[in-house]
Ligand binder design. Sequence first.
Ligand code: ATP
Length: 435
Amino acid sequence: MNPDLETIVNLAKKRGFVFQSSEIYGGLRSAYDYGPLGVELLRNVKEEWWRTMVRQRDDIVGIDSAVIQSPQVWVASGHVAGFSDPLVECQVCHNRFRPDKLDDPHECPECGSKDSFTEPREFQLMFRTNMGPVESEENTVYLRPETAQGIFINFENVQRTARKRLPFGIAQIGKSFRNEITPEKFIFRTREFEQMEMEYFCRPDESDRWFDYWVEERKRWYIELGLREENLQFREHDADELSHYAARTYDIDYRFPWGWDELEGIANRTDFDLKAHAEYSGEDLSYFDPETEERFIPHVVEPAAGANRATLAFLLDAYHEEEVRGEKRTVLRLDTRLSPIKVAVLPLSKKDVLTEVVDEIADLLRPLWAIEVDVTQSIGRRYRRQDEIGTPYAVTVDFDTLDDNEVTVRDRDTMDQDRIPISKLIEYLTERLPS
Ligand code: ATP
């Protein structure tokens, strides 16, 4: 059974994964802050993406481009003219909505008025601000609404310096900003979020093949990291659903508590972006193929994922409630690569005699994994906390440890306990945890 959203929101708040932003000022709608565990989980999601998409491959390199770029970038990309959503306003309560997201197009979800909406108008989703001390039209800049354009405008720089031949990719993880009309569903849709995008440049006649390849690779990534296949849905868009830049688009959807919704989109963006930037900048962004001696503008296949949406999906999918000896146990069965804390070190009692050996074990493990030493409350409650935050192993130090130099290691999923010598602890955990 999949949990409802409220269960995850409550767990996230109670355990320190995600907090409402600016809570002490009454909260800022649609903005969230990641707490000590949330930041580890989010970083692990991004790290896993970077590892599979960049580090483990010879054909992909990474960049980190600026959030604020030349406004020309967004003219060329089509965002200034066309990055908008339809908006309607209720003439009674003056709240604004995206008509395509309304349950009933005739009824205001805020005040219940009937047929009170204005005609839809297009609302620009890019955040605008001014660069420098003068507020003027010429100084208007935008916060990037996607990380992809930072890659296209560096295509030539990267290709030349990394000396890559087609096919090759450029990846980036970073914040994007969209002034969404209706931010919703916790961290699913916010106005500030993190994207994980990769642009894979290839010969035009090979783009279909690479598109299929990346669809499979991206599915595999989610499944290998623990999302259950029954909670994933894969869907190619029909021609009439395609965005202006895409020849083909494929969605990876997750079964969120409110229904199927997008986790990631994979698009064949053709040569749309490089061509546009070549035209607007006057720079030559073509590629010379030394083998065929042809010059052309590469086509590009883009897997575009959201780090926050992925984090939410991993949390939802990992959440389990079960009965153990008549008691309810909540456990996050996160893949060990994603778990915020890999090992908990728990002295059976707060007594000082155990402190030295606990410190010793913590010093041993800390260089290798994210650990937590927890001395508060009863051991049962501490196990419950570690289960609830998805810690795969708990090492318990008891009074016998002082004599036999052995500790008890408890497995989160099976709850089996192994008694092992401290001298073998690293070996034992190394076999079971990611390095
Ligand atoms: P949607 O239709 O849900 O608004 P989109 O199709 O506009 O999303 P893309 O432009 O394809 O999204 O962005 C790629 C990915 O970035 C999405 O699949 C999603 O994971 C993430 N993303 C986009 N907008 C948001 C947002 N407002 N909040 C959180 N993540 C987002």
